[in-house]
Design a protein around this ligand. Sequence first.
Ligand code: UT7
Length: 332
Amino acid sequence: MNKIRAAITGVGGYVPDYVLTNKELETMVDTTDEWITSRTGIKERRILKGDNVGVSVMGIAAVKDMLAKTKIDPKEIDCIIFATITPDLTFPATANIVATAVGATNAFSYDLAAACSGFIYGLNTGASFIQSGMYKKVVVIGGDKMSAILDYTDRTTCIIFGDGAGCVLLEPTTEDVGVIDSILKSDGAGEAYLHMKAGGSRLRPSHETVDKRLHYVYQEGSAVFKFAVTNMADVAAQVAERNHLTPETINWLVPHQANKRIIDATASRVGISENKVMMNIERYGNTTGGTIPLLLWDYEKQLKKGDNLIIAAFGGGFTWGAIYVKWAYNRP
Ligand code: UT7
């Protein structure tokens, strides 16, 4: 009998309506459209506006989009994993909120925190549930409301990130498609360069933590850049090589959207041309857990059954990795 693999059988996505352009950022911090475009490739990003709305709003919309397209009954979903570092609440998990809102009443659900690599960690975990034979329908969501943890007086971070969420449905198949191989890595030494100082159990929220602006993303950009550019490219090349994939047989590189220069370096290391690189950083910026499912959402119509995808990510932790996926369906 053929091995059970986990196929991606549906994709959903959501980005908020509000467009924060580089021009608007010029009025908020000391920056220019030219600097942001040339250093990052970003022109605009989406922001979730409104009071008392968290990342769940975007996760729910993404799952509803996927349900409408695949026409599956939400009661058939066994498990929902939400990869996010901006949950609605510290607890309960945002995945619980999403599951109830979409009618996935038979699912168990939990959040997964691996920053920008969260979606590929979730994809690997969800695929393992399917491959083990334990579950038949697993939804993996990746998304973040980064605007909730950004300091809009800090020009080194607020220009990079945006809000958005996407998701995939995983189902078993015995065909030669689906999640084929993965390499996942982490290194806690990365904490020094990319973290949020308060908001967890180490520093209680207090007037002092708020006054010192400790509830926002802290990043040493150029240090993170150096780690990202090497590690994301290396791991993408490794997963391609050990599956005997060549620049000719790889159909798509699906890279985390942190900086166009990191994306270009990864494409060049894997040896593939720009027309095979999924990219939407210019419109959405870095949505952390959302970048990869939002790429699949944007490019779904161009994907064909049997296409070889190398998905790669790098982020806070540090966390990084790459996954080889053979696409499982043609969209009409
Ligand atoms: O997805 C999670 C993982 N994160 C990443 O992968 C992010 C990786 N890092 C990056 O993408 C880049 O490092 C940044 C986009 C964050 C920064 O670009 P950079 O080319 O590494 O700039 P830099 O930090 O080396 O700063 C160069 C100069 C500095 O000025 P001085 O000291 O040379 O006078 C900065 O103060 O650019 C200045 N600068 C800015 N200038 C205008 C920093 N941010 C801005 C800005 N506008 N927004």
